[in-house]
Design a protein around this ligand. Structure first.
Ligand code: FES
Length: 162
């Protein structure tokens, strides 16, 4: 009990939002992804401490919840910048030049995949198929899907995210 009190807990607002999701679902565990995304919305990412608090709320083990978080690659388990740039590296985008695009993105942002710019403006991550294969290559910045990306558009695309 004492150990638990030392762990950071979820805010009342986060708990209320998670409970609201649970109300629409057959059991507490089914709210795992929603709960992770709710906490991420409030904190920017999901720390080990947050993961522990969510797992207790959902009555599931930390390992089980971590498995869900790892599988669902929109859950960030490390701190990220103000904007997260995710470049699709799946087959249709690869065929349409995602490899060169990825090099240009890294060059323009000055970071490699998995890194955050020193000003904390962007974190760059790879991502699997975004479901926009007919408009490849595709990338996502925060919640925005960007299709038919070409290197010459990158500067104006990044410019829209302060
Ligand atoms: S392969 Fe990139 S969007 Fe489907």
């Amino acid at each position: 009990m004492r150990g638990q009190q030392l762990l950071p807990t979820l805010t009342a607002e986060e708990i209320a939002e998670i409970e609201e999701e649970i109300n629409h679902l057959p059991d507490r565990k089914s709210a795992a992804i929603d709960a992770l995304m709710i906490v991420q919305k409030h904190r920017g990412w999901v720390s080990d401490e947050s993961l522990g608090a969510i797992s207790r709320l959902l009555a599931m083990s930390v390992e089980e919840l971590d498995g869900v978080a790892t599988f669902y690659n929109l859950v960030f388990r490390q701190p990220v910048g103000r904007h997260v740039v995710m470049v699709c590296d799946s087959v249709s985008c690869y065929v349409m030049g995602a490899d060169d695009l990825a090099k240009e993105v890294q060059s323009q942002l000055g970071v490699r995949f998995g890194e955050t710019t020193p000003d904390k403006r962007f974190t760059l991550l790879p991502i699997v198929c975004l479901g926009a294969c007919d408009k490849a290559p595709a990338m996502m910045i925060d919640e925005d899907l960007i299709e038919n990306v070409s290197s010459d558009r990158l500067q104006s695309i990044f410019g829209a995210y302060a």
